[in-house]
Structure formats: C-alpha cells, structure tokens
Design a protein around this ligand. Structure first.
Ligand code: AMP
Length: 403
C-alpha cells in the first residue's frame, strides 16, 4: 500500500513526495480514507506515528477545489510549538495547492495575526486562549468552517483548556466534520466526544504504548548526583541530539545554566521564556547548533526533530502518559532511540506503573566509572546563579532542597 491508493490530487502528492514520505504509517492507512469520506473520527495515536499528516492530507484534499474564502479548517493545538509544527506540515504538504495556513497563539503581537487573518487563510492552527481573543474581537470568522480538528485532546485537558474549548465550540454550532486526536481516552474526553462528534469512527494505533524502536533504561541515582550523572552520560555515551526533561521550569533553567557553564551546547525550553527565546532554542536544536535541549513537559510539546537520539528524564515524569509523550520525541518513524530515566528511591511507585504499562521489567543501569558515593559540593544547585525574581525563586530553591 502506498500513497497512490488514497487518490490524492497530484498537487498534494507533490507535497507528499517533497516531504519524503513513501509508505503511509498505520494511522495514515486507517484514518485518511475515513476522513476523506467525511466521517467524524477519533484518532487514538501517540506522537511520532504520523498522525499530523493523517488529518492534514485529507483536509488538503477536501479544501483543494473549494471556495477560497473564510477559514475552512481549524486545528486546535495545546501549545505554540505544536501549532507552529502543524502549520509547517500543512504548508509543506500543501505547497502546491495554493491553500494558505497560519498559526495563532498567545505571547506574540495580536495585530500581526489580525492582519494575516484579514488575508483569509483557509486553514488556521490555533491555541485555545488566543483563538478566543480573536473570536471576541471579531477578527476571525468561523462561519464557513468545514473541518474542526482537536489535536492532543488529553494534553489540552491536562493543561486546563477544556473550558476554553467549550467556549470555542459554542461559536461553531453549524454542521461540520470533527476530528479528535488524543494519546489516551480518559472519561473527560469520552464525555466531550459524546457531545461534539457525530457517529465517530475510532482509529487506534498501539494504544498508549511507545514506539518499539525505543529502548528504555533506568539509572538509579541519588537526587543530588543527577547533574553529575547527566554530565557523565553526555561525556561517555555517543549521542546525537539529546532532549532532557525536568519536572519544573525552574529546574530546566537551572540545569541548562549548569550545563552551559560546563561548555555543553545547550538551551532551555520552558514556559517563562519569551516566544522569541523559545523559537531560537527550537531552531538551534533543529539545525544542530544546540545539541542538548532541557525542557519541561508542556514546552516540549510539538518538538519534531528527527535527530533526537536520546531522551533523558532527569526527573521521572509524573505519569505513564507523560513518559510516553516525552519519549515519543525520539525513535520517530522507525528510527532507533534511547530513553534514559534517572530514578530515585522516591520513584518506586512510578517505576512499577511504568513497567506494568510497558509489560516488561525495565533494565537498571549504572554508569561505569561514576562515583555514586560522592557527596555533591553544591547539592545539585549552583549557588552562583542568582535568580532575578529573588523572593519567588528563593522560595522555589527552598522547595527544591526540601524535595
Ligand atoms: P507526527 O506523529 O505527526 O508528529 O509525525 C512524526 C514524524 O513522522 C514527522 O517528522 C513526520 O514528518 C514523519 N512522517 C509522517 N508521516 C510519514 C510517512 N508516511 N513516512 C515517513 N515519515 C512520516
């Protein structure tokens, strides 16, 4: 089976070829024909499965020959990064169709977005908050909307976006095709599905399991030696691009500064950065000038960098879902990837849950030559880093020490 079987127009096939896709992924095989028939669809698929193209290709096919006025397709995304990434996929795959796509999200000047919306793009990828701003201002017209996509619905729920989503849905009451993608299907999302999808078909790919191309290893380590161990691993193990996850924004910033001082090519990606800083970090990571990106879960959504060879969980993720999302950044589409997770004694419940989900005991490893009995001179916190917002940060430091 190849892309010819979908009967996509030659202008769209040109985009598929340009993207270098030769064989459809399982989610694409199942979802594209259903979406092309106009069915509402629930896509249960983890990131890295090719789910974006699974909805973008039939959207392009549907809109290709239609009227070029008003917004025809709206894709709602949880984060700016994912919105940008999705918009790029639309623009790349649709490069020969003449269809226009823009992304809209907060943290950047709204007037510029208003000007771009005046040019009536057919496809908009939006984060909920800023989309509501545009709806209230009357700068986006959704009266001609034909297809609505809610992407990464479980993540949007986790981020507290559901009230916003409901407000947005209240503005699009006319008949339309609705597609909802989610890695997991908790009750909250089932309820939303019942409310807004009509006779949906469910397409499920490897339900909530990581790609088989990823190897999982646990590195037991005392909390205060995590930074030392990370440096040891970065020095000893051959890596390409490395994505490191921390539990909090503060820890991401602190760790990236510590690595920077040790001359690693590193940047942080966390919610306190400006949009320009975030874009610079992602661009540097993508073009290889930055080898290590230290990120929080939310900031890392939508990072699509094929050269990520290692995901390192500096802090154990809160849930198995988060683990799967994190490591979905490596091993994308049949590339091999390694997921390394630093674990402390406090993580034993989370490890059990993870082993249950993965249905296998996870390998515990120690780094050869690493002194696990050393006491950390700075207890993992660099004292020379003086936070700008002192009081708040002092409190956080106190919390970090306590944890
Ligand atoms: P996604 O799950 O949509 O985030 O896609 C993950 C990665 O897979 C992206 O880098 C896509 O460009 C890539 N991809 C999507 N579909 C295919 C395909 N049929 N063949 C090869 N790579 C693909």
């Amino acid at each position: 089976m190849n892309f010819d079987n979908f009967n996509l127009h030659s202008s769209i096939m040109a985009g598929v070829r340009l993207a270098g896709y030769s064989v459809p992924t399982p989610i694409q095989l199942q979802a594209i024909p259903m979406i092309a028939q106009g069915r509402d669809l629930i896509g249960l698929a983890q990131t890295g499965t090719g789910k974006t193209a699974a909805f973008v290709l039939p959207i392009l096919e549907h809109l290709r020959s239609g009227p070029r006025e008003n917004v025809q397709a709206l894709i709602i995304s949880p984060t700016r990064e994912l919105a940008e990434q999705t918009c790029k996929v639309v623009s790349d795959l649709g490069c020969d169709t003449g269809l226009q796509c823009i992304s809209i999200y907060g943290g950047v000047n709204i007037d510029q977005q208003v000007r771009r919306l005046y040019r009536t793009p057919e496809i908009v990828v939006a984060c909920p908050g800023r989309l509501i701003d545009h709806l209230w201002k009357g700068t986006i017209n959704l009266s001609g909307l034909k297809i609505l996509v809610i992407d990464e619905a479980d993540r949007m729920f986790d981020m507290g976006f559901f009230p916003d989503i409901r407000r947005i849905l209240g503005c699009i009451l006319h008949k339309r095709q609705t597609l909802l993608f989610s890695a997991t299907m908790p009750t909250s999302i089932k309820r939303l599905v019942r409310e807004i999808l009509h006779d949906p078909i469910t397409v499920q790919i490897d339900r909530a399991l990581p790609a088989k191309t990823i190897s999982h290893t646990l590195y037991p380590v005392p909390q205060h030696l995590k930074t030392h161990l990370l440096k040891g691993i970065l020095d000893k193990i051959k890596t390409d691009s490395v994505l490191v996850f921390t539990r909090t924004k503060y820890r991401a910033e602190r760790l990236s500064r510590q690595l920077l001082r040790s001359h690693y090519r590193v940047a942080s990606l966390q919610g306190d950065l400006s949009q320009n800083q975030r874009q610079a970090a992602i661009a540097g990571f993508r073009n290889g000038s930055i080898k290590i990106l230290v990120a929080t879960d939310i900031a890392a959504r939508g990072i699509d960098v094929l050269s990520i060879s290692h995901v390192i969980n500096y802090d154990m993720p809160e849930s198995t879902d988060d683990y799967i999302h994190r490591i979905g950044r490596t091993g994308r589409i049949d590339k091999n990837g390694d997921a390394l997770t630093f674990v402390t004694n406090a993580d034993s419940d989370k490890i059990n849950a993870l082993e249950r989900i993965l249905d296998t005991p996870l390998e515990r490893q120690t780094l050869k030559g690493f002194n696990y009995s050393q006491t950390a001179p700075d207890r993992g916190v660099n004292v020379s880093y003086r936070p700008r917002r002192r009081l708040m940060k002092k409190q956080r430091v106190a919390m970090e020490y306590a944890s």
